[in-house]
Design a protein around this ligand. Structure first.
Ligand code: NAD
Length: 351
């Protein structure tokens, strides 16, 4: 029966979620992938073009906080696994409007956990089901930002305390702790993955890499926060999706896994790489007022997932960036469609 699972993916119309859905639908033709997404400004059904015709894929437009919809899915679809991507994900927006972050990222996760727990218990109590369906596994997709900021040395390890600095990272850290509580208190099989910054196709152009590629292609200013020396670890989204798949199937219950690419880069280095690749001028760079509470450096120690589960990133940063820049050039219509009136309003407010 292991080749016939039903996976509930939340936030599957966003950047990472859509890449994950695309991968899973193809990789596991006998699985059913159900994507529940509220289609906020960041959700884009176009990210799933081609996937929607797959017979093992179902889209449900709904909010993860809507317990009735979530219950109905569990009741009627025999969900085996939940992968929770759904979130408000942009730090700048969380500084402007923290409430929606707390609501979706914390309450949303709690609703999913609660329903998952209910059906996990029902499955366990049912001998027939117990034989064939080992219950519900819950994977929370989290971020390295929950650890706070690092100095010039050292890396985040899974045992470090959570010291989030932005409303976004605080909401993600809260969800991580609630996931942990559902494991410790009720025994629900869970994993938390904490990944570094992703780049890849279908990323909303408010995030650094697509924003800079888009502006650079249009000859527009490239707004860089402060001195641009903030350091992040970068991972290609397809490497992240592979890692999630491995944790989902093989992760030890209750464990947290860091996921990172060993690619520490400063923001300014990335901007200059994009400028060079697109053969534009560095005169486009415009330093703007830094984000309040901007963490200076993140770096991930990924030795737990590499040694315990055998995952390793396939992409080098240089190869990944080359492909991704080409993807955005080839898909400029996708950019055009994404840049809605709302985004333009937001963009002119921020920069
Ligand atoms: P995204 O903003 O591109 O996508 C989020 C998706 O969630 C959108 O499709 C949106 O419509 C949906 N959504 C938002 N609120 C919802 C709600 N209440 N109910 C249902 N759907 C809702 O985000 P992303 O960059 O793809 O990130 C996905 C997850 O991965 C997030 O949980 C984020 O915290 C985490 N993460 C992201 C990165 C990164 O670099 N992008 C790194 C580490 C972890």
């Amino acid at each position: 029966m292991t080749d016939m699972k039903t996976i509930l993916v939340t936030g599957g119309a966003g950047f990472i979620g859509s890449n994950f859905v695309r991968m899973m639908v193809k990789k596991y033709p006998k699985y059913t992938i159900i994507n529940i997404d509220a289609l906020t400004y960041a959700g884009n059904i176009e990210n799933l073009s081609g996937v929607d015709a797959s017979t093992n894929y179902l889209f449900v437009k709904a909010d993860i906080r809507d317990r009735n919809v979530v219950e109905q899915l569990f009741k009627t679809k025999n969900i085996d696994m939940v992968v929770n991507f759904a979130a408000e994900s942009h730090v700048d927006r969380s500084i402007e409007e923290p409430e929606v972050f707390l609501n979706t990222n914390i309450i949303g996760a709690q609703v999913l956990l609660d329903v998952a727990k209910k059906y996990w218990k029902i499955n366990l109590a049912d001998k027939y089901c117990k034989a064939y369906r080992p219950g519900v596994k819950f994977l929370q997709v989290s971020t390295d930002e929950v650890y706070g900021a690092l100095g010039t040395t050292g890396k985040f390890v899974e045992t470090m305390p959570l010291l989030p600095n932005s409303p976004y990272s605080a909401s993600k850290a809260s969800a991580d702790l609630i996931v942990r509580a559902y494991h410790e208190t009720y025994g629900l099989p869970v994993n938390v993955t904490r990944c570094s910054n992703n780049y890849g196709p279908y990323q909303f152009p408010e995030k650094l890499i697509p924003l800079m590629i888009n502006n650079c292609l249009r000859g527009k200013d490239l707004p860089v926060y402060g001195d641009g020396l903030q350091i992040r670890d970068w991972l290609h989204v397809s490497d992240h999706c592979q890692a999630i798949d491995i944790v989902l199937h093989n992760g030890k219950k209750g464990e947290v896994y860091n996921i990172g690419g060993n690619n520490e880069k400063s923001n300014i280095e990335i901007v200059k790489l994009i400028i060079k690749t697109l053969r534009k001028s560095e005169d486009l760079i415009r330093h703007v007022k830094d984000r309040p509470g901007h963490d200076r450096r993140y770096a991930i120690d990924n030795s737990k997932i590499t040694t315990e589960l055998g995952w390793e990133p396939a992409y080098t940063f240089e190869q990944g960036m080359e492909e991704v820049i080409q993807w955005y050039m080839d898909n400029h219509q996708w950019f055009e469609n994404v840049i809605s009136g709302d985004y333009i309003k937001y963009y002119s407010k921020m920069y």
